[in-house]
Ligand binder design. Structure first.
Ligand SMILES: Cc1ncc(COP(=O)(O)O)c(C=O)c1O
Length: 497
C-alpha cells in the first residue's frame, strides 16, 4: 500500500499568481455584439464595394504594423482597423456581382453556424472528443445523401476542400489493390509494381493531378482522355486507352468522372462510365464539387443518372449550397476501405467506446473543425424546398443570360449551359492569338467597372469568358446590370480596335 503522506495543498494567493485568462466576459459580450453589427452591416451594404478592391499588391501590408504588439490593444481599435483596412480590401465573394470561378455564399445561417462552432472550438477527432459534433456530421451527411437521392449505403464525412476529398477517394482506390500492399510497403524502390493508372477527362480539375502527385502515383499515370464536343469524357477514347494500357502491362485502378466540370459544368456520362468501371473492376470517383448540388432538384437528377453506382462522390456544400467556406463532403460506398487506408491509432488516442465513429480514421488529418454545424443550420434554415428554389433561380438566370448572349451581335455562346455557368466570347476576325487578345481585353474592361467580376478559361485552346451565377445576393436586376456592363464593355473594346 502507498502510505507516504502528500504535501499540504496551500491555496494560491491571488495577488501572487494573477490569472491572465481570456477577455473579461463583459468585454467579450460587448465586442461580440459589435461584431454582429459589423457582419450585418457588411452583408447589407456589400454591393457598395467594387467586387475586387482597387489596390496593388503590398498595399494592405504596408498599412499594417510590421511587428506584433508588445502590449494588449483595445478591441475597439482592432475592429476599427478591420473595418478600415481588411473588409474593404477583400475580394467580395458575398457581392451580388461576384460571377467569377464558382461563386459561393456566406449565408446567414452558415455564418451563425461558423460563429457557434468557433465558440465550441471542438476538435472531433474521436467521438469522445466531440460526441455531438461527430453525430451531427454523420447526420448532416446522411441528410444531404437523401437530398441527392443516393442509396443508404453511402456514408459521408466532411473535409475542407474537394481537393482533399478526391485525394482520399484515390487513396481508397489505391488501397483496394490489396495484393500490392502499398499501405505497408509503399511505392518507392519497388520494381515489382505495375504502373497504377487513373483515367479522367481533359476537363477534370487540377486537384486530380495533385492527388496523383501526393499519392505517389505520378502525373504520367493520369490519363487525360479527350472530351467530346460538349466537353464530356469520350467513352470510345477511354476504351482505347484502357485496352492499350492493359496490353502494355499497366494496371488501371480508377476512373474519375466529373459531374460539373470547372470550365463549362459539363457532366461526364456517369452510367456508361460506371459500366466500364464495373467491367474492369475500377474504382469510380465522381467529382461533383460544384454541380452536384443541382441533384437536390428532381428535374436535374436525370443529368446525373448512374451516380448511384459510384464508389466515391465529392460534393462541396461550400460551393453551391450556401455554406460558408470550407465544407466539402466525401461520400463513400465502402467506408471500411477508407478506414483501411488511413486508420492508425496510437496509444494516446485509443478509446473504450464501441460502435462509434472516430472521424480521424477516415483521412490524413487528426484534428478537425466542426464544419457540420453550419451545414446543418443551412439545411434547416432554408429547408430542402428553399435550397431547390435558390438553385433553380440561378439556373433560370443563367438560361436568360445564355439567350441574351446568343442574340447579342458580336458575341457567341461557346458551350452548353446545363446549370448556372455560361461560357462566351466576342467574335472577332483575325488570327487566333489576336482573337484571344481581344477577349482578354474584353474581360479586363468588364471587370474594370467594379460592379461585376467574371473569370476566364480556355476551351479547345481558345480564351473564353465565364459568368457563373451562384451567390444568394445576385438578383435578376443585378443580372440585367451585368448584361448592360458586358454590352458597354464590348462596345468600348470594339471602338478601340
Ligand atoms: C470540378 C471541381 N473539382 C474540384 C475543385 C476544387 O475545389 P476545392 O477548392 O474545394 O479543392 C473545383 C474548384 O472549383 C472544381 O470545379
Amino acid at each position: 500500500m502507498h502510505t507516504k503522506p502528500g504535501p499540504t495543498i496551500r491555496p494560491a494567493a491571488p495577488s501572487a499568481d494573477p490569472h491572465p485568462g481570456d477577455l473579461p466576459p463583459a468585454e467579450f459580450r460587448r465586442a461580440m455584439h459589435a461584431v454582429a453589427d459589423l457582419i450585418a452591416d457588411y452583408l447589407e451594404q456589400v454591393h457598395d464595394y467594387p467586387v475586387q478592391p482597387r489596390i496593388q499588391p503590398g498595399d494592405v501590408r504596408r498599412q499594417l504594423a510590421s511587428a506584433p504588439p508588445a502590449e494588449p490593444e483595445p478591441l475597439d481599435r482592432i475592429l476599427a482597423d478591420y473595418k478600415a483596412l481588411i473588409e474593404p480590401n477583400a475580394t467580395h465573394w458575398n457581392h451580388p456581382g461576384f460571377m467569377a470561378y464558382f461563386p459561393v455564399t456566406g449565408s446567414g445561417p452558415g455564418i451563425l453556424g461558423e460563429a457557434l462552432a468557433g465558440a465550441l472550438n471542438v476538435n472531433a477527432m474521436l467521438w469522445r472528443t466531440g460526441p455531438a459534433p461527430t453525430e451531427l456530421e454523420e447526420l448532416a451527411c446522411d441528410w444531404y445523401r437523401q437530398m441527392l437521392g443516393l442509396p443508404p449505403e453511402f456514408r459521408g464525412h466532411i473535409n475542407d476542400t474537394a481537393s482533399i476529398s478526391s485525394l482520399l477517394a484515390l487513396a481508397a482506390a489505391r488501397e483496394r489493390q490489396t495484393d500490392l500492399e502499398i499501405r505497408r510497403r509503399g511505392l518507392a524502390g519497388r520494381p515489382d509494381l505495375p504502373a497504377l493508372t487513373v483515367y479522367c477527362s481533359d476537363q477534370a480539375h487540377s486537384s486530380i493531378d495533385k492527388a496523383m502527385v501526393t499519392l505517389g502515383l505520378g502525373l504520367d499515370n493520369l490519363r487525360r482522355i479527350r472530351s467530346d464536343e460538349a466537353f464530356r469524357l469520350d467513352l470510345a477514347a477511354l476504351e482505347a486507352a484502357l485496352a492499350a494500357d492493359k496490353a502494355a502491362g499497366r494496371r488501371p485502378i480508377a476512373i474519375v468522372a466529373t459531374a460539373g466540370t470547372t470550365s463549362t459544368t459539363s457532366v461526364d456520362p456517369l452510367r456508361p462510365l460506371a459500366a466500364v468501371a464495373q467491367r474492369e473492376n475500377l474504382w469510380l470517383h465522381v467529382d461533383g464539387a460544384y454541380a452536384l448540388a443541382a441533384a437536390i432538384c428532381p428535374e436535374y437528377r436525370p443529368v446525373f443518372a448512374g451516380l448511384e453506382h459510384a464508389d466515391s462522390i465529392v460534393t462541396n456544400p461550400h460551393k453551391w449550397l450556401f455554406v460558408p467556406v470550407d465544407c466539402s463532403m466525401l461520400l463513400v460506398r465502402d467506408p471500411a476501405l477508407l478506414r483501411r487506408a488511413f486508420a492508425i491509432i496510437p496509444d494516446y488516442l485509443t478509446t473504450t467506446e464501441s460502435n462509434v465513429t472516430n472521424l480521424m480514421d477516415y483521412g490524413v488529418q487528426l484534428g478537425r473543425r466542426f464544419r457540420a454545424l453550419k451545414l446543418w443550420m443551412v439545411l434547416r434554415a432554408f429547408g430542402v424546398r428553399g435550397l431547390q428554389e435558390r438553385i433553380r433561380f440561378h439556373c433560370a438566370q443563367a438560361r436568360r443570360v445564355a439567350e441574351w448572349l446568343a442574340a447579342e451581335p458580336g458575341l457567341e455562346l461557346v458551350a452548353p449551359v446545363p446549370f448556372a455557368t455560361v461560357c462566351f466570347r466576342a467574335v472577332v476576325d483575325g488570327p487566333p492569338e489576336a482573337q484571344d487578345a481581344f477577349n482578354e481585353r474584353f474581360l479586363a474592361e468588364i471587370n474594370a467597372d467594379g460592379a461585376i467580376f467574371l473569370s476566364h478559361t480556355r476551351l479547345n485552346g481558345r480564351y473564353v469568358l465565364r459568368m457563373s451565377i451562384g451567390n444568394l445576393r445576385t438578383t435578376a436586376k443585378y443580372v440585367d446590370r451585368a448584361l448592360e456592363i458586358i454590352r458597354a464593355a464590348h462596345a468600348r473594346v470594339r471602338a478601340r480596335v
